[in-house]
Structures are given as structure tokens and as C-alpha cells.
Design a binder for this molecule. Sequence first.
Ligand code: HEM
Length: 349
Amino acid sequence: MRKMLPNFLKPEALQRYIGIMDHIAQRHFESSWENQREVLVFPLSKRYTFWLACRLFVSVEDLNHVAKFAEPFDVLASGLISVPINLPGTPFNRAIKASNVIRKELMAIIKQRKIDLAEGKASATQDILSHMLLTSDENGKFMQELDIADKILGLLIGGHDTASSACAFIVKYLAELPEIYDGVYKEQMEIAKSKGVGELLNWEDIKKMRYSWNVACEVLRLAPPLQGAFREALDDFTFNGFYIPKGWKIYWCANSTHRNPKVFSEPLKFNPSRFEGSGPPPYTFVPFGGGPRMCPGKEYAKLEILVFMHHLVKRFSWDKIISDEKIIVNPMPVPANGLPVRLYPHNKT
Ligand code: HEM
């Protein structure tokens, strides 16, 4: 299944979802940002990415239904990195119970979808669930319902706090760097102005968002949502004078890799031009990991981040309410106070 995941999340498969992302982003900004003088960015960016995931993975769009997932999901997320003691009341135990609630809800959706597909009431391309139900592996075998529920749960977990952390940090850096904000604003307004009334974003528009993506990459370099991951040494080797025996677990770290001055001159300086042309050499910029276990959600994340940036800068400029807000890492980097900002709508300034 790990081999099949990229099939559901590769750019060709995701292109058809850009319009839906645009539509959900529009509804999100209308309901949660517009007509507000101040907002708390981090909870809102989480709401945006979770709503998108519910819609794109399993066609759950109604906010009451989204909330049915969101509540147990928060419990699950807070128990993900916890002491694995399965006793009543422990975060680990609560996370297991919450994952069972979500799995049950997903199973009901999957069963209903199978019926709807058979009766022609659901479409093969409406979301990733339909795609999974209708795709077989190289031996013609289809996935079991429980397997699909687990894969979707895995995608929800993988994509939950990561992309929302990236969106929140984009808001932070754009507030701090007006000239970078101007570049993103100019690029996104050119795209916005080229669209007819009610016309949704498409793949061609995404391809024009080059500068915005360079900015997002620079944010991911300086504030990678995942700090790293484990690998196992397949053979004995020596690194920087340290002998590592076969079988040892090794932790690779995105933060220190991204601040290597031999690759990124003035590593603490925000400079999106590092990503122009062919960008940094392989394995030096690793917010999504690398090698065979690289994040399968990379392209999906890219689309949701760019659609977020489009809607954000098209509507507002903003400034931070707490100029020196601290960043805590738990386990993702998050602004300690949730990043409160003051909004300045373009049409009212
Ligand atoms: C900015 C957003 C994201 C970042 C920075 C990120 C980063 C990562 C990283 C560093 C890994 C570990 C890769 C490795 O070990 O080499 C990973 C794994 C994973 N990610 Fe993402 N991710 C993001 C968004 C997403 C999204 C949106 C999804 C789902 C649609 C997703 C699904 C997954 C899954 C399922 C894995 C586990 C893959 C495996 O174990 O083989 N991620 N991600």
C-alpha cells in the first residue's frame, strides 16, 4: 500500500482537486477571516487544512460532520507522541479510543460509498476514497475496507499538523518581511485578475505561483514542521569520525540540515531566491524527508499551501499583535500564543 499511496497523491491525480481546494478555501476565509479585525492564525490554519482533508479524502464538507472527526482527531493528535502505556486515562489510551471512533466513522462512510458507486450515485473521481476503492494493485487485488480506513486515517494524521504549521509560519514571515509579502501579493493578484467571476483556480494558475512556492520553501527551510525521522543503518559505516554499527537507529534532522552554511549561505537570512532554477542540491533541503519513505503528501501539501496563500494575500495585509512571540516545538513548531494578527482588508485600506 505504501507503494500505491503516491498514485493517489501524485500531481496528475491531484489536479482535478484544485477547484475543490479553491472552493473550500473561499468558504473558510469567508466564514473565519472576513469581517474580523483580529484572528488567531494557528487554530484557523488547522481548521482550513482539516476541512480540506475531510472534503478531499472522503467528501465530508458539512461543518457539523467535519466536527465529528475533528473532536476525536484532536485527542488522537495529542496522544501521538506519548508514553505508550495503555491504561485508562493516559494520553496513549485516549488516543487509541479516539482512533477507534474515527475508524468506525470512516468504515460507515466507506460502506455507504461502495453502495453509492455501485448505484451510480457517487463518482469515481470525487475524492481519494473513491480512487482507493476503484484502484487495484499490480495483481488486480483491491484493498479491504479496514485497510482503506487505516490508510485514510494515516493520511489525516500525516497531513494534519504539518501543513497547518507551514501555513501559520507563512503568515508569520509575510508579516515580518513586507518586501516578500509584496512579491507574493503581486504574483497572486495577477492570477486573481486573470480569473472571471466565480472561476476557480486550476493547474495553470498553480504553475504561475513560482515565487509564492519559493517563499513557502524558504519558510519550510527555516521552520520545518517535522524536525526529522528515524532510519535504520543497513550496514556499518563511519560518519564524522563516529562508527555506526548496522542495525542502529539514526535520527536525521531537518533543522540542522537546512542551516548548513556550505549549502545555504547566511543560513538564517530569509531568501527565497535559493529555490530559483534547480534549487538546492539533493538531500540538503528535506522538509518532506527523502528517499523511498519521502512524504507521499508533498504535492498535496504544495497545492493546499499555495491555495491558502492565494486567498490570504488577495484579501489582506496584516501585522503581528505580539511582535516577539515565542516559538515552541511540541513536536511541531508552533507560535506560543497561536499567532494573533491584526487584519487590513485590501478594499478597506
Ligand atoms: C507541509 C506539509 C508536510 C510536511 C512538511 C511533511 C513532512 C513529512 C516528513 C518529513 C515525513 C517523513 C519522511 C521520511 O521519513 O523521509 C512525512 C511522512 C508522511 N507524510 Fe508528510 N508532510 C506534510 C504533509 C503531508 C500531507 C498533506 C499528507 C497527506 C495527504 C502527508 C502524509 C504523510 C504520510 C502518510 C507519511 C508517512 C510515510 C511513510 O511512513 O512511508 N504529509 N511527511
